[in-house]
Design a protein around this ligand. Structure first.
Ligand SMILES: Cc1cc2nc3c(=O)[nH]c(=O)nc-3n(C[C@H](O)[C@H](O)[C@H](O)COP(=O)(O)O)c2cc1C
Length: 369
């Protein structure tokens, strides 16, 4: 017999310091946002096949733990492009993130720095990169797009160098914005002040930079453009958006230091494979000549473990950190990073791996289905 006492109301959203699981953060985020902002955060391109596959790809791998390995305190510390990292995790560049919380990138940069995690700061920011850099000490990477003229691009690089960034990340999969139906249905585009903070200069130049960054126009960049600019960049360079052996080879030839196997979280060309599935192809082509990062679909510590086991040096987390920001600002991002690292540590201990060098291909097997 049904009775009123059996009706259970959903628990209230926990205070940010009380988030005990990543799931609580991910459930809180949409509740804090307008439907438009949530569609912008959560959505992908086209039929969202790639977005879904990024997540499914992690389910296709199972862990092969070793027991009685004598592990007591696993270490997640590592280095990437000369930067010390407390864990093999960077926050991915998220444009227009002031739509999720008024503290936007500053909150993410501060939360990451406190945890010894390196943030990759988006060019499409409410604040100029100098302001974001000043939010916290600690290494940071500046993300720029592969578009615009060489001089304009190098002027941004120079600003980033002067502001103290430790590396440059060039996003190469965004010659124009993806066909993002979830926001198109809502007739939504981020408001201008959410992403034009770096479009500075005299009125004409600032307007031209904003027109370029609005992303509706294609890009004349080729791998030669990057190779030509590379000697003028005094910092390590990573390129984000590599999915094929051909582009990995081209990146090496252009003199980059790291590639990010990325499909922009399924927000650009829908129908491309999951990043985890493309990782072996890129690793094989890079053959130790370039560091390899991966993003797309990382939602928990065991996802990080699987990506490392399949050969990634580090991972970037996009929506996971953005959902923390939406859920509770800086403490929300801090909670996500804390929980990702703690789950990674716990999983390493359970898998019998004392440090990151012990995480290799023997830790995973492809699932039967
Ligand atoms: C709301 C949002 C904004 C993004 N903005 C940028 C950006 O400005 N530059 C960029 O290179 N990538 C951008 N990305 C892509 C992320 O850097 C990253 O590649 C992607 O989120 C990884 O997938 P994940 O969200 O499943 O972790 C954005 C992603 C999201 C969700």
């Amino acid at each position: 017999m049904a009775s009123q006492s059996m009706t259970v109301s959903p628990p209230p959203a926990p205070a940010p310091t009380q988030f005990t699981t990543l799931g609580e953060v991910y459930e809180t985020a949409p509740r804090m946002l307008s439907p438009e902002a949530w569609a912008y955060l959560d959505g992908g391109a086209g039929a969202e096949e790639t977005l879904a596959d990024n997540l499914r790809a992690f389910q296709r791998w199972r862990l092969r733990p070793r027991c009685l390995a004598g592990v007591v305190t696993p270490s997640t510390a590592t280095q990437f492009l000369g930067m010390p990292l407390a864990a093999p995790i960077l926050t991915a560049p998220i444009g227009s993130d002031i739509l999720f919380h008024p503290d936007g990138q500053c909150a993410t940069v501060r939360a990451a720095a406190r945890r010894g995690i390196v943030p990759v700061v988006s060019e499409a920011s409410h604040w100029p990169l100098e302001t974001v850099a000043a939010c916290a000490d600690g290494p940071k990477v500046m993300q720029l797009h592969a578009w615009g003229g060489r001089d304009e691009f190098l002027a941004l690089v120079e600003r980033a160098e002067r502001a103290g960034f430790s590396a440059i990340c060039v996003t190469i999969d965004c010659p124009t914005l993806g066909w993002r139906e979830r926001i198109m249905r809502r007739r939504f585009t981020p408001r201008d002040d959410a992403w034009t903070g770096n479009c500075v200069g005299p009125p004409g130049a600032a307007a031209a930079a904003a027109a370029r960054l609005s992303g509706g126009r294609g890009s004349e960049w080729t791998w030669e453009t990057l190779a030509d600019a590379r000697p003028a960049i005094g910092l390590p360079v990573m390129v984000k958006g590599v999915l094929t052996a051909e582009d990995a080879e081209a990146a090496v030839a252009a003199g980059v230091d790291a590639v990010v196997v990325s499909n922009h979280g399924g927000r650009q060309l829908d129908g491309v494979p999951a990043t985890l599935d493309q990782l072996p192809e890129v690793l094989e082509a890079g053959r130790g000549r370039v560091a390899v990062a991966l993003d797309g679909g990382i939602r928990r510590g065991t996802d990080v473990l699987k990506a490392l086991a399949l050969g990634a040096d580090v991972v970037l987390v996009g929506r996971a950190a953005a959902m923390g920001l939406a859920a509770a600002g800086e403490p929300g991002v801090a909670a996500v990073l804390r929980l990702l690292v703690e789950e990674l540590e716990r999983s390493m201990l359970l898998a019998g791996r004392a440090d990151l060098r012990e995480i290799d291909r023997s830790l995973v097997r492809r699932s039967a289905d």
